[in-house]
Ligand binder design. Structure first.
Ligand code: SF4
Length: 431
């Protein structure tokens, strides 16, 4: 992991919903040093903003799932009017996503929104942009400039600048598009700088993960504004997750990116969960809730492990709030090793499961009792952690694999001889 890039800091929110800081490290305008904020997770509502009750429900659901900032679309006046009713009912900073109609931005600012997103590709009239900048400045609101692939070049010296940038990127796979994006950003940001407005975040999204990495890398080298990472039109969750994680993960590993949005065509709650998981995996955010370790299952399992893993995941997501490590392992091949590093663990075999708490064996139960016993142990352990009687990640003893004939019946012997007994009902993946 490379050290985080230092940027200006942007603050989104108010005293009622709380303040979310984005980026930091470069001293503020008054010369006070800013500390880089944790990378924040954003998402966008999927429903209509003018459907006030549904929109409030969706925003609150996303905030409860861990979204730091939520964006809403405001294509029509009835959407910006709805903001007046929505904002008092939510507890997370809200960004108004504005395209085509600069009046929507002015209305959203008036309604009390916490940030505006503008697209230079479709709001590029200088006077209109200045009007939005001045409205935001008067209320201390930041603006995200979101250059999407394909933004239009309008600047007067565009031929000259494109030639210069074209030469810079001539050997680059995405040279032409990079030249367009950088030129558009320079042109657009000049308007902001002329207005002495610097509360800016930048995004440069594409559906091409490699282009996203290249574009943000170039922008990071040229501007000190915090970057909002994202892949646009990433597709359905099945492929969109990989597209987003490859691009965003690649950038974050290189220290680039101050706020992220994973996006795909599905319930945005998954975007929040995946965004947080990406940050947890990279050590960029402190985990909230369980870190579930589970084996992928294979032909050695002797319990219905896939179902068990899903049941454990769902139950723990609701009930455990401390970042404990829980391992659910299918057999004694890798079970003892993973159980050693986990706070609570089970490894199964021969229709039974042996349960450990911080390396100490607490139970050996038949398959139907594995789930309730494991959950009970997790909750008891959580209580101890909260009372200060136990510490997360503290291994007490070395786990010795069970006696093959004794504790797990003949499981080990069957594995060794290749005669693996399968459960009567076995779930494999989602099939
Ligand atoms: S822990 Fe055992 S069952 Fe699970 S994948 Fe590894 S070898 Fe297979």
């Amino acid at each position: 992991m490379k050290p985080r890039r230092l940027t200006r800091q942007v603050v989104v929110g108010d005293s009622r919903v709380g303040f979310v800081r984005i980026g930091g490290g470069v001293p503020g305008r008054d010369g006070t040093p800013t500390t880089p904020a944790p990378v924040s997770v954003q998402t966008m509502t999927a429903g209509y903003t003018h459907d006030i009750d549904a929109c409030v429900r969706e925003i609150n659901k996303l905030a409860a799932a861990g979204a730091d900032i939520v964006r809403v679309a405001v294509p029509e006046k009835k959407d910006t009017e709805a903001l007046r009713h929505i904002l008092p009912q939510v507890r997370v900073p809200i960004v108004a996503d504005v395209h085509f109609h600069f009046q929507r931005a002015l209305e959203a600012v008036e309604a009390g929104v916490h940030k505006i997103r503008l697209n230079p590709g479709n709001i590029n009239d200088r006077a209109q942009v200045i009007e939005v900048i001045r409205a935001c400045k008067a209320k201390g609101l930041p603006i995200r400039v979101g250059v999407n692939e394909g933004s239009i070049i309008e600047r007067k010296d565009k031929q000259k600048r494109m030639k210069e940038l074209g030469a810079v990127f001539s050997a680059h796979k995405h040279g032409h598009m990079l030249a367009i994006m950088i030129a558009k950003l320079e042109e657009y940001l000049d308007i902001f700088y002329e207005e002495d407005f610097h509360d800016i975040t930048i995004s440069a999204k594409s559906m091409d993960a490699a282009l996203v990495i290249d574009a943000y890398t170039e922008i990071a080298a040229r501007f000190d504004h915090p970057l909002h990472l994202g892949v646009t039109h990433a597709g359905p969750k099945e492929t969109g997750t990989i597209r987003s994680v490859v691009a965003l993960g690649g950038l974050l590993i290189n220290g680039i990116g101050e706020t992220i949005r994973i996006s795909y065509a599905n319930d945005p709650i998954f975007e929040v969960q995946d965004g947080l998981e990406l940050l947890y995996c990279l050590g960029l955010r402190e985990r909230v809730g369980v870190d579930l370790i589970a084996c992928p299952t294979c032909g050695r399992i002797q319990v219905d492990l896939f179902t068990l893993i899903q049941d454990v995941r769902k139950a723990l997501a609701d009930q455990v709030k401390v970042p404990m490590k829980v391992a659910v392992m299918g057999c004694i091949v890798n079970g003892p090793g993973e159980a050693e590093g986990a706070d609570v663990a089970v490894f199964a075999g021969d229709r039974r499961g042996i349960i450990y708490v911080q390396g100490e064996k607490v139970a050996n139960v038949p398959e139907p009792e594995i789930l309730p016993r494991l959950l009970a142990e997790c909750l008891t352990f959580q209580d101890k952690v909260l009372r200060g009687e136990a510490k997360l990640g503290e291994k007490k003893v070395e786990i010795i694999p069970p006696d093959p004939i004794g504790e797990l019946g003949s499981g080990y012997a069957k594995i060794a001889s290749g005669q693996v007994e399968k459960p009567a009902t076995l779930t494999i993946g989602g099939i």
